[in-house]
Design a binder for this molecule. Sequence first.
Ligand SMILES: [Zn+2]
Length: 101
Amino acid sequence: MSNEDEYFAKLEAEKKARMADLLGRADAVEEAARLKELHFNHCGKCGHAMLTSHYKGVEIEVCPHCGAVLLDPGELQELAGEEHHGLLRGIAHVFGFDPKV
Ligand SMILES: [Zn+2]
């Protein structure tokens, strides 16, 4: 193989690698969109649709089927910042559970 052939073969290989990378990213983006569409705002434990509720001014998602609670990033810290000791008991009271803590 001549130097020129090697040069073009290398360019072609780089082009294919870039295309594979782009297609891989497109697949990843498409898969992320598919998973979000499938699971968005559904309970991670039982799969039922979550309902929005408010607790101490924080918007939280609660599963009406199993009682699981979903907090967005930072919301637990926001709630715990006010009162550490009574947090679990307070949440449990709102949703009708006794956490025995
Ligand atoms: Zn659930």
